[in-house]
Design a protein around this ligand. Sequence first.
Ligand SMILES: NC(=O)c1ccc[n+]([C@@H]2O[C@H](COP(=O)([O-])OP(=O)(O)OC[C@H]3O[C@@H](n4cnc5c(N)ncnc54)[C@H](O)[C@@H]3O)[C@@H](O)[C@H]2O)c1
Length: 364
Amino acid sequence: MNLEELHKIEVIADKPYPVFLGVPIEDLGEYLHAQLKDVEHILIITHQVVAELYAERLKKGLLDYRVNLLTVPAGESEKSLERLSQLTTAALRCGADRKTLVIALGGGVIGDLAGFFASVFMRGLRFIQVPTTLLAQVDSSIGGKVAVNHPAGKNILGAFHPPLAVWTDFKTLESLPWAEVENGLAESIKHAMSANPDLFEFFEKQEQSIKQRDPLIWSEMVTRSSSVKIGIVSEDEREQGIRALLNLGHSFGHALETEMNYRGVTHGQGVSIGLVAASYLAKIKGLMTSEEVSRVEQLLTNFGLPTKIARKGLDPKILLQHMQTDKKNQGGRKILILPKGIGQAVISKECTDPEILNAWEQVI
Ligand SMILES: NC(=O)c1ccc[n+]([C@@H]2O[C@H](COP(=O)([O-])OP(=O)(O)OC[C@H]3O[C@@H](n4cnc5c(N)ncnc54)[C@H](O)[C@@H]3O)[C@@H](O)[C@H]2O)c1
C-alpha cells in the first residue's frame, strides 16, 4: 500500500485529519503502523452484526497489536450513559490505558458512542472512524461531533473529539439493508440541497444506478457527498456559522420524530419530510419556486422516501411546540435553515408561527 496514492481528503481543523475514501478495511493496520509508533493496544467498538461481517477483515491488518473487540447491541437507545459506563468497565478489564487506540467500526450510533467514550476515557483517547453505513460514510464520521443521549434529549451530552482519521471502505455498504440506505440517502440529498446543485443533479440522473447499487456510482455518490460535509466542517469546525446549514430539514424532522416517540418514522423519513416542509416554507418566503419544490419532492419520491405523513392525530400546533426547544433557537426566536433554490441554504430568523404552521399543513 502506498499511502501517497490513496484517495484522501484532508479535513482542515484545529487538528487536521484525513478522510480516506475507497480503502480496504484490512489495510488500516498498515496505515496505523506507519503513523502511530506508540500504540500497542486497540479497542474495536462495534455491533454484533458488523463484527460478524467485518471484524475478521479488520483484525487481519492488526496482528501486531493486542486487540480487544467490544460489541454493543444495535439501536439508538445504546447511545446512553449506562452503555458508556459498561464500556468503561469492559475497557478497564481489557487493560486499556491512555495509549489505547479506539476504532469505531459501524454506523453513526457506534461512531457517536465510541467517539464519546474515547473523548472522556482517562481524559481522552485517540480514535479512528471506520464507518460502515451510508449515513456514517457521508455524514456522521466526519466533523468530530460525538455524543450520547439523555432522557431530556438526543445528543445532549457530547463533545468535539475529532478522529485521527476516517477510514471508508465503500464495499462495507454492500451488506447494508435498503432501509438503512434510505437514512443515508436522505442526508446526502440534504447535503446536495444545502450546498451542491451538481450533486442534486447527479442524484436525479443516477436514480436507477443508485437503486441497483452500481458500485462505481455508489463510490462517486459517497465521495461527492462526503466532500460536501468535509468542505463545510473545514470552514466551520465548531458550528459557529455555515455548519448549521447541514441541519436543513432537521428542525421539522426532529419535531416529527419526537412527537412520534421515534416509532413509525425513521430518521431518514423524518429528514425527508423535513426537507419538503422546509422547501414549502422557503416558497412562502420567496426563496424557492413551485417547480423547485416539485423537484425536491420528486427526487425524494424516486428513492422511496416520504414527502408527506398521514395525519393520524398529528397536530401541526404540537409539532410547532416541539420546534420551540430546537438547539438552534435564540432568545425564544425560531432559527430555521431554509433552502434557497436548489443547492444553497440560508439561516432564517424571520419565519412566523403561522408560516411554519402553513408549511406543516403541506406535508401532513
Ligand atoms: N456525529 C454526527 O455528526 C452525526 C451526524 C448525523 C447522525 N449522527 C448519528 O448517527 C446515528 C444514526 O446512524 P446510522 O444511520 O448509521 O444508524 P446505526 O448506527 O444505528 O446503524 C444502523 C444499523 O445498521 C447496521 N449496520 C451498520 N453497518 C452495517 C453494514 N455494513 N451492513 C449491515 N448492517 C450494518 C447496524 O448494526 C445498525 O443496526 C444517530 O444516532 C445520529 O444521531 C451523528
